[in-house]
Design a protein around this ligand. Structure first.
Ligand SMILES: [Zn+2]
Length: 301
């Protein structure tokens, strides 16, 4: 028996809107390049019946065979650092691939264990995903992540509080702002920093199709105008452009070329701060500490 939903009218995210604060070195906006290295978990975390369907899960197998290495080459060629959110299962199944990401100097973030979509009706399962994912990143990679991106992009209040308890300083999942802000926990205490994502930069929407989830895919003539226009608008507004990319999508030949051309265009500018999630979070925290966050309702309790 599930309890009825609380439909009381109120802002469903109690966090205040993002405060004003400057980007470092006079930069006008930020670009956060985030990859979700789901591998096979994207195909069987929420659908375990697919675990024995070798062709269905082979979309995810592309990460370790081809996609991630191609993405690392691209970032190296452009001299860019990114954040790779990796489920614990992926770390255990494809350890060498994940080690290559660490060796290239990129940030590793938490992305659950089996990529189960956080379900507010199953809080124990959601906590278990955090615990097992954290353990895998520590044991196999020697990494203790500070950032979390929710698998399948879902989150809930009790999970935000648990992230905070486990030392995760930022989340990058919400779609409700254009600049980083600090979550507010159900008891009123400050929660993790949120680096909100821009769904127009989720490559899965444009570039993934499969027999079990068929949908149209789009090429350069559709994607680059959307990305360029959205990026320029975000830049003009002084926000952060947060990308949600997947090696099994953007590590494909056509998509790799589109991503290369977009990133090269941004990297050629001198007014954009291209930073990892950890760097953006550290900057936000430093601004809070030095009270450069204007108008923030900081809760010191
Ligand atoms: Zn994912």
């Amino acid at each position: 028996m599930t309890k009825p939903a609380d439909l009381t009218p109120r802002p469903l995210n109690p966090a205040p809107p993002a405060p004003e604060f400057p980007w470092p070195n006079g930069k006008k906006s930020a670009l956060f390049i985030g990859f979700d290295v789901d591998a096979e978990t994207a195909w069987m975390g929420n659908r375990p019946e697919n675990a024995d369907r070798m062709v269905t899960t082979s979309h995810g197998g592309y990460d370790a065979r081809v996609g991630t290495a191609k993405i690392l080459t691209l970032l190296n060629d452009l001299g860019l650092r990114a954040t790779f959110f990796i489920p614990g299962w992926t770390v255990e199944a494809h350890t060498a691939m994940c080690e290559s990401i660490v060796a290239a100097g990129h940030e590793i973030g938490h992305h659950g264990y089996l990529h189960k979509c956080p379900d507010p009706t199953k809080p124990d399962e959601a906590r278990d995903e955090i615990d097992r994912g954290m353990a895998a990143l520590r044991a196999r990679l020697g990494v203790t992540p500070v950032g979390y991106r929710a698998p399948s992009g879902e989150n809930f209040a009790a999970l935000l509080a648990y992230l905070q308890e486990q030392g995760l300083r930022y989340s990058s999942s919400f779609r409700d702002d254009i600049r980083p802000y600090r979550h507010r926990l159900p008891d009123g205490r400050p929660g993790p920093v949120e680096i909100p994502v821009n769904y127009a930069f989720d490559d899965w929407n444009f570039g993934m199709t499969s027999r079990v989830d068929p949908r149209p895919i789009f090429g350069r003539d559709a994607i680059l105008p959307i990305w360029d226009e959205e990026f320029q608008g975000m830049h003009d507004w002084g926000g952060v452009t947060t990308m949600v990319l997947h090696p099994q999508v953007s590590g494909r030949p056509m998509r790799w070329r589109i991503l290369r051309d977009f990133l090269a265009g941004v990297a050629a500018r001198d007014d954009v701060w291209i930073a990892t999630g950890a760097e953006i979070t550290a900057h936000f925290e430093a601004c809070e500490t030095s009270a450069r966050v204007a108008g923030a309702e900081r809760d010191t309790g």
